[in-house]
Design a binder for this molecule. Structure first.
Ligand code: DX5
Ligand code: ZN
Length: 220
């Protein structure tokens, strides 16, 4: 039996009703809170920053999975720990010394994640895979919610799964962008462990039920 985790992306929540949406996730079958931090430099959009994450973590009762879409993430590792991050994911493309960054995240007591843009080759992680707790495969170009899923992601998941097995690592594979009930099962079949879903959950008439459906579809 699979244990696929569902991580609703708070980027798609209603920020004027943020507490309501956080409680919805708390009371649902969701496993993690996915938090997208954008700086307007690494990606062409700005989401929200420290005070908002601080407010979210005071109400969130599940694992806080922070996805940093920012340049020079090393500057903020300690800050994100203080703000309540349990998992801190940096972009491969934003780190000159990725191994050092991963060690710094772990030294703060967080799990270390690496996100890859759609064009970035999986093989680039081979020499560092044992140091990574979570690989976040971007299945859209980062920066915006509500985009459509890039089909090449399935092949990337399979390739990454093979590297993880060959290296005897325990890294989890997370998929981020355009996840819906249409691609969820196929992603898990390919080897995905965690599915992020933003607009599919929050634009649904019944977000709680939509999370439960995703959970059902992917745990078989
Ligand atoms: C995109 C973000 C995603 C986004 C997913 O840059 O990293 O986490 O919120 O949103 P959907 O599920 O709407 O594609
Ligand atoms: Zn994300």
């Amino acid at each position: 039996m699979k244990n696929t985790l569902i991580a609703p992306s708070v980027l798609a929540a209603d920020f004027a009703n943020l507490q309501r949406d956080i409680e919805m996730i708390n009371n649902s079958e969701a496993d993690w809170f996915h938090i997208d931090i954008m700086d307007g430099v690494f990606v062409p959009n700005i989401s929200f920053g420290m005070p908002v994450l601080d407010a979210i973590s005071r109400h969130a009762k599940k694992t806080i999975d922070v996805h940093l879409m920012i340049v020079d993430p090393d500057r903020y590792i300690t800050t994100f720990k203080k703000l309540g991050a349990d998992i801190l994911t940096v972009h491969y493309e934003a780190c000159t010394h990725l191994h050092r960054t991963l060690q710094a995240i772990k030294a703060e007591g967080m799990k270390a994640g690496v996100a890859l843009n759609p064009h970035t080759n999986i093989d680039l992680l081979e020499d560092v895979i044992q140091d990574i707790d979570l690989v976040c495969l971007m299945s859209v170009n980062p920066g915006f919610g509500g985009q459509s899923f890039i089909e090449n992601t399935y092949a990337k998941v399979e390739k990454l799964k093979a590297i993880i097995k060959r290296k005897n690592a325990s890294t989890k594979i997370e998929i981020d962008g355009g996840v819906t009930s249409k691609n969820a099962k196929q992603l898990v079949d390919a080897g995905a462990d965690v599915l992020v879903a933003g607009s599919f959950v929050f634009n649904a008439e019944n977000p709680t039920q939509t999370i439960a459906n995703l959970k059902n579809l992917t745990n078989f």
